[in-house]
Write a new protein. Structure first.
Length: 164
């Protein structure tokens, strides 16, 4: 088993309020909701996080595959190896996106000398069109730098869109 991504004594947030948003650690209980949002927002996910052709994830994801993916994410969080949060509206609880906090070597081993953390996220088209992308990016980055046991200069922001 890989070493812990965060120490055992780190108080892992199951839920976190960030301004108008509520982050909730993802579980298989959200599979149907997650899959519906994923499929409806596939173009936005690829635009924001990057991705491949229409044959690749998220376009090709089935409900069964999404369940397996969420089971893997839930288990990884339990063992403190990586984390995925749903971004919800704080007031309405509507699913607005997702946040991924991964060890850098999972997808970018060539960046491991410079970074420890691979941070990425996506938001639904309606939030993106309201101009919320930069705001969410800043809140997430600040949260990781402030509340998580990572050195701020060791966080790699993966998203395709630049936040300036």
């Amino acid at each position: 088993m890989r070493t812990l991504f965060v120490p055992k004594n780190f108080n892992l947030p199951i839920e976190k309020i960030l301004g108008e948003y509520k982050l909730v650690l993802i579980t298989t209980d959200e599979t149907k909701e997650d899959w519906d949002i994923l499929i409806k927002n596939a173009d936005m996910i690829v635009k924001q996080r990057g991705g491949g052709s229409r044959k690749d994830w998220p376009y090709s994801c089935t409900l069964e595959e999404d369940y397996k993916d969420l089971a893997w994410l839930e288990l990884c969080a339990l063992y403190r190896q990586l984390f995925c949060y749903i971004i919800r509206d704080k007031k309405t609880n509507i699913y607005l996106g997702a946040v991924y906090i991964y060890p850098i070597e999972l997808f970018f081993s060539e960046k491991a000398d410079k970074y420890d953390v691979d941070l990425s996220f996506w938001i639904v088209e309606s939030e993106f069109n309201k101009g919320k992308y930069k705001h969410v990016a800043e809140q997430l980055t600040s949260w990781l730098k402030k509340d998580w046991p990572f050195k701020k200069e060791r966080i790699y922001f993966r998203n395709q869109l630049k936040v300036s």
